[in-house]
Design a protein around this ligand. Structure first.
Ligand code: NAP
Ligand code: ZN
Length: 348
């Protein structure tokens, strides 16, 4: 049972993404069926298509920054009606009963949340397929309302890049007076800059790309620090309360920890990898902290969408056709993204 759907998937870690036909389930009672209009392209999509994390189950059909319109609802689904504009992020299910889920931290569900793609459906056991496709079926608890006034073509990246940066900003009470730095001006980084600026923080972009200096300022940064410039890095020691690290590969943390002031925190949201070691005095002197953060819960994601609608914040998107996805991946690997690719699903 189910219905035919088309999308783009990778069949192994060296294969480019290619057209793929599969079945979506018919809606269960609490499900929402969504016609996908746009899907953002996250660096995680590339990591999983290439099996960088060693857990990919092929075919991998990525995409977890989904915006679309409700086309059908299950018999007991009451949150949405046909025609509503909605969004889906990185999760499509969790137990909804454990202490994490009931606190609204479904991303860290004790039984494991179900990722939107390359996950395992809790009922059927089948591999989940993501947003690089025409339609998706998701239980309503994991579907977000797209507020009026948010451009659907630019809102998708809020569902991953947005919430992944927003959640730590809220957890660490970033606001007026916070001296904050974002490392890496890509999809996550540019959302981090916009959101931190929107919250009133003083924002510095730490980048490897001198060419992104003007963009950083235009996005809301107050200053730019080129990480390859040793003198500038030395001059910036002990000058930040909070650093959001979005670098997508393993890297030495020591140069960045030294930028923290006393009691400062560096939060890793980028690399999911073995990280090189560093001397503990880097944390002991100045009581510094290194933490991590995993996307964000559903309630907090809705709060983010509402905040963005109110403040007029969306991603800076470069719209691509579905068939351009492999080229977009190549550019992403070269840090040549300004600042999020979004697939126009009408091109599929
Ligand atoms: P992206 O758009 O490719 O941006 C990453 C940026 O990091 C690049 O634009 C570049 O910025 C910088 N960078 C790249 N390689 C670097 C290197 N070798 N050394 C230093 N800086 C480097 O990627 P994204 O979509 O923002 O994703 C970033 C990472 O977050 C990915 O690994 C993704 O899997 C992960 N992620 C984690 C979560 C979570 O829940 N924690 C959620 C989503 C994504 P500059 O040119 O400015 O240097
Ligand atoms: Zn993502």
């Amino acid at each position: 049972m189910g219905f035919h759907c088309t999308g783009y998937a990778a069949t192994d870690k060296t294969a480019p993404l290619a057209p793929f036909t599969f079945e979506r389930r018919d809606p269960r009672p609490q499900d929402v069926v969504i016609d996908i209009l746009y899907c953002g392209v996250c660096h995680s999509d590339l990591h999983q298509a290439r099996n960088d994390w060693g857990n990919s189950v092929y075919p991998v059909l990525p995409g977890h920054e989904i915006v679309g319109r409700v086309s059908a609802v299950g018999a007991s689904a009451g949150k949405f009606k046909v025609g509503d504009m909605v969004a889906v992020g990185c999760m499509v299910d969790s137990c909804l009963a454990c202490d994490c889920c009931t606190r609204g931290e479904e991303q860290d569900c004790r039984k494991g949340m179900t990722p939107t793609y390359n996950g395992k459906d809790r009922v059927s056991g089948e591999t989940t397929f993501g947003g690089y496709s025409k339609a998706i079926v998701v239980r309503e608890e994991f579907v977000l309302r797209l507020p009026d006034g948010l451009d659907p073509a630019k809102a998708g990246p809020l569902l991953c890049a947005g919430i992944t940066t927003w959640s730590p900003l809220k957890r660490w009470n970033v606001g007026k007076g916070t001296r904050l730095a974002v490392i890496g001006l890509g999809g996550l980084g540019h959302m981090g800059v916009k959101l931190a600026h929107g919250l009133g923080a003083t924002v510095t972009v730490i980048t490897t790309s001198e060419s992104k200096r003007d963009d950083a300022i235009a996005l809301g940064a107050d200053a730019v620090l080129i990480s390859k410039d040793k003198d500038a890095m030395r001059a910036a020691r002990s000058s930040f309360d909070f650093i959001l690290d979005t670098i997508p590969v393993a890297h030495d943390l020591a140069p960045y920890i030294s930028l923290l002031d006393m009691d400062g925190s560096l939060v890793i949201v980028g690399a999911i990898d073995m990280m090189p070691g560093f001397h503990s005095i880097a944390l002991i002197a100045g009581r510094k902290r290194v933490s991590g953060s995993n996307i964000g819960g559903i309630r907090q994601t809705q709060d983010l969408l509402d905040f963005c609608a109110e403040k007029g914040i969306t991603a800076d998107c470069e719209m691509i056709a579905m068939a351009d996805i492999n080229h977009a991946y190549e550019r992403m690997e070269r840090s040549d993204v300004k600042y999020r690719f979004v697939i126009d699903m009408a091109t599929l």
